[in-house]
Design a protein. Structure first.
Length: 81
């Protein structure tokens, strides 16, 4: 079972905002992100791989140089020069 839930940290313990379908004593892995701060791709390996593939498709500058911020807004937002 992989899912994202809200929890509150109180007295050294994380208290989930909703019941969890876990057995007593079951060991789980937890990724902690403050509200409003989400790892790239939400931490999903497939989403991260898709994001990296999009970055790899970014155009090179004239002469084959790696993309710089020179045309950042035009490339990201489609603004014309």
């Amino acid at each position: 079972m992989n899912r994202t839930i809200k929890a509150t940290y109180e007295g050294g313990v994380l208290r989930p905002a909703e019941p969890l379908a876990l057995k007593e004593g079951e060991v789980v892995s937890i990724t902690v992100a403050a509200d409003g701060v989400v790892p790239p791709g939400g931490g999903d390996p497939q989403e991260i791989a898709r994001s990296l593939a999009e970055i790899a498709k970014m155009p090179l500058e004239p002469g084959g140089k790696v993309f710089s911020n020179r045309e950042h807004d035009r490339i990201l937002y489609g603004w014309k020069k």
